[in-house]
Design a protein around this ligand. Structure first.
Ligand code: GLU
Length: 329
């Protein structure tokens, strides 16, 4: 190659480098989305959101990660290890205000993005176990949720309402009646219930929950009710519980409606994220909310009109900007 040829090469190379630099001059913004266990609802919804944000927002690289769920997620946010998380509204309220399990470490960096869909407290057992009420769980081996889950908090609060504590921890609080509590993910709980290792499992998640469908596919499933009287007493102590009914035939073999309680799933972010970034994440989610509708049945409950309804903590400024633009109060 002559000098001319070389110089043309150099010009071409430098040109290519400039084009590449031009593209990546847009700073890469990493958005980690904390979800829950893979057999829950947070995981498919969080994964759908991460895909959407990566595809639609230039420079954004979003990734969903499996976690222990709500309690773990708000702590990951506070520590700056994730940018967005799914979590229950009761847990987010406790975290931000430094009450219940957060009394020593309020999670003040949390900011709201959107309210999502109801999460039902499902106490699942097998018909042959003869467990008909929460009181019947005393003396049994019960999966109470993964470590760091909101499920575990709900299990503890509901058992406590019936004066039942965990046998192996100080949370027994001198209660005479106890359960042998196992801290299991939804997938582990489903396997162990099917195998007869445990007697019952708590799951707080949108219905139908994959792990419960999995049990119902091969076993005679029963869902233990939380009757209205109990639900009302629970609400007096913890106002985020709402009485709900699991409709008949939500799961194979579940022919009757089951009264229980529910909380709300929500999307949370961090106060130190740039307003523009959170604005774009919020806007992109609502403009493409159909991806959530497709990812899980409860995704259909996710509606812009109710995005702020019952929001337990202050909204992030970027989310607020979007809702103001759209006239959502
Ligand atoms: N709400 C559950 C929890 O925080 C997780 C639900 C899910 O993974 O869909 O324990």
């Amino acid at each position: 190659m002559d000098v001319h040829g070389w110089s043309r090469w150099v010009v071409a190379l430098v040109g290519a480098a400039l084009v590449t630099a031009g593209v990546s001059a847009q700073p890469r913004r990493f958005v980690n989305v904390a979800t829950g266990g893979t057999a829950g609802v947070y995981f498919p919804l969080g994964s759908a959101l991460a895909r959407l944000w990566t595809e639609r927002i230039p420079g954004v690289q979003a990734t969903a990660q499996a976690t222990g769920a709500s309690v773990a997620n708000v702590r990951l946010l506070q520590r700056g290890e994730v940018e967005v998380a799914l979590a229950q509204n009761d847990i987010v309220y406790y975290a931000f205000n430094g009450v219940e399990m957060f009394s020593r470490d309020p999670q003040t960096r949390l900011r709201g993005m959107a309210m999502l869909y109801p999460e039902t407290i499902q106490i699942v057992t097998l018909r042959q176990k003869n467990i008909n009420s929460v009181a019947d769980l005393a003396g049994k081996r019960v999966a109470v949720g993964a470590p760091g889950s909101g499920t575990e908090v709900n299990a503890r609060q509901i058992l406590r309402l019936y004066d039942i504590g965990y046998a192996q921890t100080r949370q027994t609080h001198g209660l005479a009646r106890t359960v042998q509590a196992d801290f299991l993910s939804f997938a582990e709980a489903a396997d162990q219930l099917k195998d007869g290792v445990i007697d019952a499992a708590f799951l707080t998640a949108g219905v139908p929950t994959a792990a419960v469908q999995d049990i119902a596919a091969t076993r005679d499933l029963k869902i233990v009710p939380v009757p209205e009287v109990a639900a009302n007493r629970l609400r007096e102590r913890y106002p985020y519980y709402t009485p709900v009914v699991i409709p008949p035939n939500t799961y194979r073999g579940q022919t009757e409606a089951v009264p229980t309680v529910a909380v709300m799933a929500m999307l949370v972010t961090r106060s130190d994220l740039a307003e523009d970034l959170v604005y774009e994440l919020t806007k992109t989610m609502w403009e493409n909310v159909v991806v959530l509708h497709q990812a899980h049945a409860r995704g259909r409950d996710v509606r812009l009109e109710s995005a702020r309804a019952g929001m337990p903590i202050p909204l992030h400024a970027g989310a607020l900007r979007y809702y103001r633009e759209r006239g959502i109060r």
